[in-house]
Structure formats: structure tokens, C-alpha cells
Design a protein. Structure first.
Length: 122
């Protein structure tokens, strides 16, 4: 039996985490949830996910700092999301951090799924 790809979802909003978990699990992924950057780094070490989806506004650490820390420790694709920042603002914020995608909230779930499949070559 082939194992399901693991996606780490990082968002301080429990509703967003649950929405993404239900959606991604229905579409064949194993999902690990983190509510802040510190937890995300711990779970990334523990589960070595195939992909990380993270919000940019997180408690304790900004999402850009979390992405930097993940990229420093692992070779993992990252999709960023935000309900505050817009796509054109993100380029300056993540300068030096390569991310595979960015989605504004409210999320386009079908677009997100297509992006995930493209990144993971499924």
C-alpha cells in the first residue's frame, strides 16, 4: 500500500486548520496541524512532511520567520497564505525565501489542490 503524502498546515485559526484538514484528507493526503510557528517546526522535524502550507500572521513568530526556519532545516516546498497580505506585497516580504505558491484568503480550495498536485507531481 502506497503511503499518503503528508501536508503540514500552519494557521492560528482553528476553523481554517479544520477546513484544510477535512478538504485535504478527502483528497488523499495525511494532514498534520500546527497552531503556531514553534509547533510547526517541532512537527516538521517529527513528521518530515511532503509540503507545508502556512499562514503569514502567526502568534509567537511571523510566518516568514517560520518559512525561513523550515527552509534552513529541511528541503520542503512551502505554500504561504494570508487574509491580510496581498500577492504583490508578498514578493517583498519573502525576499530570499523561495515559496512554491501563495494564496489569499478566503482560499480557492480547488486552486490550492491543483497547486499541491503540481508541486508534488501527482
Amino acid at each position: 500500500m502506497e503511503s499518503k503524502p503528508t501536508i503540514l498546515v500552519v494557521d492560528d485559526d482553528m476553523d481554517i486548520r479544520q477546513l484544510l484538514q477535512e478538504f485535504l484528507e478527502r483528497n488523499g493526503f495525511h494532514v498534520v496541524l500546527a497552531e503556531d510557528g514553534q509547533r510547526a517546526l517541532a512537527l516538521a522535524s517529527e513528521h518530515l512532511p511532503d509540503l507545508v502550507i502556512t499562514d503569514l500572521l502567526l502568534p509567537k513568530e511571523h510566518g516568514v520567520d517560520v518559512m525561513n526556519a523550515i527552509k534552513d532545516r529541511f528541503i520542503l516546498p512551502i505554500i504561504a497564505m494570508s487574509g491580510i497580505y496581498k500577492k504583490d506585497e508578498i514578493r517583498n516580504m519573502v525576499d530570499g525565501v523561495y515559496i512554491e505558491g501563495f494564496f489569499e484568503k478566503p482560499l480557492d480550495l480547488n486552486g490550492l489542490l491543483a497547486s499541491i498536485h503540481s508541486i508534488l507531481d501527482e
